[in-house]
Design a protein around this ligand. Structure first.
Ligand code: SIN
Ligand code: FE2
Length: 200
């Protein structure tokens, strides 16, 4: 399998073939049925353009009091379990010593994006963040471990997996835009990104 390296991010293009992508989407439908996507608002009060939900012991929930991990969906129910189809990727590429506590699901509809940020609400940065892309292509931007400086960009396609760990665990990253309608995986179009993290 081809592997790319982008500022310490390990990129595995086409890690998931068509069959595994479709199986994953089916499993994610069950998650969204139990824990509906919601429109998050940042602590500073800005509406995010992605819609979001989670699976696992913890979900990641932005809100007025800050970015935090919560044991319940905003509607009150526990988060659904992380599907085996996701855990298998983690066990293959990250570790079979422990499973992630959280699988965050971000849905990018037409025009959605995500600004440059660090993933830094977890207790132990020795665990990488595993990212899985499904559906429409998304333009990943990668910066530096401190704010500012030059950036590089890379189009992520459906089935691509990224491991953000080691010296790049706190590297700034974001998604500038998607190419809406570039994939037929999701019937209504758009892009799903899953990120799995060890939280505690
Ligand atoms: C994220 O950093 O949370 C999302 C990255 C992506 O959508 O590829
Ligand atoms: Fe992130």
């Amino acid at each position: 399998m081809i592997e790319l390296e982008l500022r310490g991010f390990r990129i595995l293009p086409g890690y998931l073939g068509a069959g595994r992508q479709a199986a994953l989407v089916a499993a994610l439908r069950d998650i969204v049925a139990q824990a509906p996507l919601f429109a998050p608002v940042t602590p500073s009060g800005k509406a995010m353009s992605v819609r979001m939900t989670s699976a696992g012991r913890f979900g990641w929930v932005p809100g007025p009091s800050g970015y935090r991990y919560a044991e319940a969906h905003p509607q009150g129910q526990a988060w659904p379990a992380i599907p085996d189809a996701v855990l298998n990727i983690w066990r293959d590429l990250v570790s079979d010593a422990r499973d992630p506590d959280c699988c965050l699901l971000n849905y990018y509809g037409e025009g959605a994006r995500m600004g440059l940020h660090q993933d830094r609400d977890e207790a132990d940065f020795s665990w990488p963040v595993l990212s899985v892309s499904l559906g429409d292509e998304g333009l990943l931007r990668v910066g530096n471990t401190a704010r500012g400086g030059s950036t590089v960009s890379h189009w992520l396609r459906s089935g691509d997996v990224v491991v953000m760990g080691g010296a790049a665990r706190l590297t700034y990253h974001g998604v500038d835009r998607i190419r809406f309608g570039s994939s037929t995986l999701l019937p209504k179009g758009g892009r799903i990104n899953l990120t799995c993290r060890v939280v505690e």
